[in-house]
Design a protein around this ligand. Structure first.
Ligand SMILES: NC(=O)c1ccc[n+]([C@@H]2O[C@H](COP(=O)([O-])OP(=O)(O)OC[C@H]3O[C@@H](n4cnc5c(N)ncnc54)[C@H](O)[C@@H]3O)[C@@H](O)[C@H]2O)c1
Ligand SMILES: O=C(O)[C@H](O)COP(=O)(O)O
Length: 536
């Protein structure tokens, strides 16, 4: 997949190294401290890439307002401020830098736990107000207490190991981390319902998703120890704010440390101002170290994609990394070319792709997407690429089935190849289905056969497929080369090559490459059974 980034917009404060790295790679960068929705919607059409933190809402309206946006880079972890589905549909790559700020977020969480145990923020405020309230701010020791960690990913596990140093017993819950893995960092991974009654402190480290929204709510608070302390430095909404306020007021919750809120900046003043709540304005990643790492990481990831050096940190195409691998580019060009040729020959709605050989093992999905790109180019409302091809195909009513076979049939070269079959019940040129065989020789995509008509007759090993092409079928023995040559030259084009296949059930196919497209095929149509023109 070709990504070409000339101009990047950074819509909020990101470490200066981000801009520097991009500029060193020859990319122009415009930086804003904090763009509002109107500014972003108006400006986005001028940029190839957008870099944000959590403060920019990249809605589907913003994405739709873009013109040639190819990448949205998140200098940080959470992508819940980005409409990832809309980005994918528009073929926009979304990337994040999930490792860059984990330690900072973990350290802030530990600070919240310590502060809740000893009422540090409240005591500071009191003393600054010239009060000496030693009795009011008595706390409790962490030693021997139980900490529940919900979400045992990058941050959750860093929090657990740090709090073990205080003598806390750490238990946790994460449906995707095996118990033996969490045991390695000293956390017993238990079902949620077993966690609630055991914890003196609970901290949340999951993404916000339908399955994690309101994990701690009225119902689950009832299962918790009285006076449980709660920390949320992950995402607002994992702890339901209304339930939390009720639990704080009733004493069921003994205190809460919040860095994130359902709405940011938060409007829930009664929660923020509660005497047992300590809170920070989404500062988990706000350290110079984390910001430098995230800024550098996202810039390097974008440069790497521009240079075709590989894909790191992709959010919406992690399974498509091979589409960015230079080794596979000729194969993807083959898929696009066979898709375009199939489409020109037959307007079918069912596409069956089979790839063969060890070389193509693992790119079946990517290759199928390339075929869809070839078929649907110029047929859909949005520019099509590897990312959005399946979505646009579904919208266009096109069905794709892809399979892979390790063994290579005799009709292919040893490196393997592919078969693209397009089916239709609509009007057809020859039959109600058509099979094209192709492969890559050197780094050149070649057409091997149309149905049983082969282009592999010695000395040929397939026809290079690319540029402006004509495919025509004739009755065997009908010689059209001189007619084609004359028509092509008369149209001011140049004939680059003309090759005919072996005979197939009475028909013969010829492939013609020309320098410029022909405006009118009507003269040639009188000499042939069928003729189509396409370009790849
Ligand atoms: N406050 C901040 O500034 C700040 C900074 C960095 C990250 N974050 C947030 O912290 C959260 C965690 O980040 P991370 O890097 O550790 O992510 P991560 O992907 O490494 O870990 C998240 C874990 O949650 C688990 N999980 C998913 N659904 C779950 C469920 N229903 N119950 C329990 N566990 C579940 C996943 O299996 C995964 O292991 C994210 O929401 C991220 O946006 C906040
Ligand atoms: O998900 C994240 O990375 C954190 O919430 C940090 O967000 P920020 O980059 O806006 O500080």
């Amino acid at each position: 997949m070709d990504i070409s980034i000339g101009k990047v917009l950074i819509s909020e404060t990101v470490d200066r190294r981000c801009k520097e790295i991009l500029e060193e790679a020859g990319v122009a960068v415009d930086c804003y401290n904090s763009m509002n929705k109107e500014q972003l919607t108006a400006q986005i059409k001028n940029y190839d890439a957008l870099i944000v933190r959590s403060g920019t809402k990249v809605s589907k309206e913003v994405i739709a307002a873009s013109d040639h946006l190819q990448v949205i880079g998140r200098a940080g972890t959470g992508v819940d401020n980005i409409d990832v589905d809309a980005a994918t549909r528009h073929g926009v790559l979304v990337m994040n830098t999930p490792d860059g700020n984990s330690l900072s977020a973990a350290e802030l969480t530990c600070g919240m736990i310590l502060s809740l145990a000893r009422n540090i923020p409240q005591a500071v405020t009191s003393l600054k107000a010239e009060k000496w309230e030693r009795k009011k701010f008595g706390g409790l020791e962490l030693y021997g207490k139980t900490l529940g960690v919900v979400g045992l990913g990058r941050i959750g596990r860093e929090v657990a190991v740090r709090m073990q140093a205080f003598g806390m017993k750490t238990i946790g819950h994460d449906p995707f981390i095996p118990a033996n893995v969490s045991a390695e960092f000293g956390v017993a991974n238990l079902p949620l319902e077993e966690i609630w009654p055991l914890c003196d402190f609970i901290t949340f480290h999951t993404p916000l998703m339908p399955s994690t929204r309101g994990l701690l709510c009225d119902e689950t608070f009832l299962q918790c120890k009285p006076s449980v302390r709660v920390v949320n430095c992950a995402r607002g909404g994992i702890v339901d704010e209304d339930s939390l306020l009720r639990a704080l007021n009733s004493g069921r919750c003994g205190g809460a440390g919040l860095d994130v809120f359902e709405e940011e900046p938060p409007k829930n003043i009664s929660l923020l101002s509660h005497h047992s709540v300590i809170c920070t304005p989404h500062l988990g990643a706000s350290t110079s170290e984390a910001q430098q790492r995230c800024g550098e990481d996202i810039a390097r990831q974008i440069v790497s994609v521009i240079h075709g050096d590989g894909l790191v940190g992709a959010v919406n195409c992690s399974k498509l990394t091979k589409a960015f691998n230079p080794e596979y580019q000729p194969w993807l060009r083959l898929g696009i070319a066979l898709g375009a040729a199939s489409r020109a020959l037959l307007a079918g709605s069912n596409v069956q792709v089979v790839t063969y050989g060890t070389r193509l093992n693992g790119i079946m999905d990517v290759f199928g997407r390339a075929v869809l790109m070839g078929i649907l180019r110029d047929q859909v409302s949005l520019p099509i690429n590897i990312l959005n091809a399946p979505f646009l195909a579904e919208e266009a009513g096109l069905k794709l089935s892809s399979t892979h076979e390790i063994s290579v049939p005799e009709r292919f070269p040893a490196c393997g190849g592919c078969s693209v079959i397009i089916n239709t019940h609509a009007e057809t040129i020859n039959k109600d289905h058509l099979e094209l065989l192709g492969s890559v020789l050197g780094d050149c995509p070649v057409l091997l056969a149309i149905g049983k008509a082969s282009f592999m007759n010695a000395p040929l090993a397939g026809i290079p497929i690319g540029g402006h092409m004509l495919i025509l079928s004739t009755k065997p023995g009908v010689h059209v080369l001189s007619t084609v040559l004359g028509t092509v030259e008369e149209a001011g084009s140049q004939l680059m090559f003309f090759t005919s296949s072996s005979k197939d059930d009475g028909n013969q196919w010829s492939i013609v490459r020309i320098s410029n497209p022909l405006k009118d095929l009507s003269v040639l149509k009188t000499f042939v059974l069928s003729i189509v023109q396409f370009c790849v």
